[in-house]
Design a protein around this ligand. Structure first.
Ligand code: PGA
Length: 249
């Protein structure tokens, strides 16, 4: 019932020329894929090349971050309106690498979610526990806190506009994918939190992606879980053949 989303997060990889080359190979490989939303989030400087390469295709593009003000004296930042204008439909918010290295908090994430929604972008809001939290059984506590601190302040209407990505930090870039059972249990917990805050319909409708070492050889097992509505893919989205085989799982 929930339409899958297969999203690639390139992080700080690829130049504009490499972006164009990626789509030359990738686009024909996913041209017949109608079962999912296909999204690529490249670095900001690659967005014009990505927009050009995906025009008129079934591939959509997104930013990896944004700032909440519309414009102003904020050196180094990019607004939601700017992302929209260059052709983005999506934006990743509060990726764990932003939380870890760039001071992202639940509070800044909330401002970014609101700014993205206001501009008509679909935010992919990332949450997930660290390794020590995972090992000490604090996963639910962490997810609950990250949801309350951010999604907790959204109206039902705003909430309908967002997508959630569960990304256990211990699985990101480590090759240590969460088992489908672990991921599915976390997704169920998230859906229960949504049900408690909003209602059963909101919980049923919300698309929750899994992210963390998704590869061509493990994507089918994850996607077989009813609770998992798609994937947010880092490393394996950089290679067009590998990401196409994830999209076409
Ligand atoms: P990974 O990254 O697929 O390389 O683990 C996922 C992410 O950070 O979104």
């Amino acid at each position: 019932m929930r339409r899958p989303i297969m999203a690639g997060n390139w992080k700080m990889y690829k130049t504009p020329a490499q972006t164009t080359a990626f789509f030359e190979t990738f686009q024909p490989l996913v041209a017949n894929a109608t079962h999912a939303d296909i999204v690529i989030c490249p670095p900001f400087v690659d967005l014009p090349a990505a927009a050009e390469a995906t025009r008129g295709t079934n591939i959509e593009i997104g930013g990896q971050n944004l700032y909440w003000a519309a414009e102003g004296a904020y050196t180094g930042e990019v607004s939601a309106g700017m992302l929209r204008d260059v052709g983005c439909k999506w934006v990743i918010v509060a990726h764990s690498e932003r939380r870890e290295h760039f001071g992202e908090t639940d509070e800044t994430a909330l401002k970014k979610l609101c700014a993205a929604l206001e501009a008509g972008l679909t935010p992919i809001f990332c949450i997930g526990e660290k390794l020590h939290e995972h090992e000490s059984n604090q996963t639910h506590e962490v997810l609950g806190r990250q949801l309350r601190g951010c999604v907790g302040y959204l109206s039902p209407e705003q909430f309908r506009g967002i997508v959630i990505a569960y990304e256990p930090v211990w699985a990101i870039g480590t090759g240590k994918v969460a088992t489908p059972q672990i991921a599915s249990a976390a997704h169920s917990f998230i859906r229960n939190c949504i049900r408690r805050q909003f209602d059963a319909d909101a919980a049923e409708a919300c698309r929750i992606l899994y992210g963390g070492s998704v590869k061509p050889d493990n994507v089918a097992g994850l996607m077989a879980e009813e609770q998992i509505d798609g994937a947010l893919v880092g490393g394996a989205s950089l290679d067009p053949v590998s990401f196409a085989s994830i999209v076409n799982f």
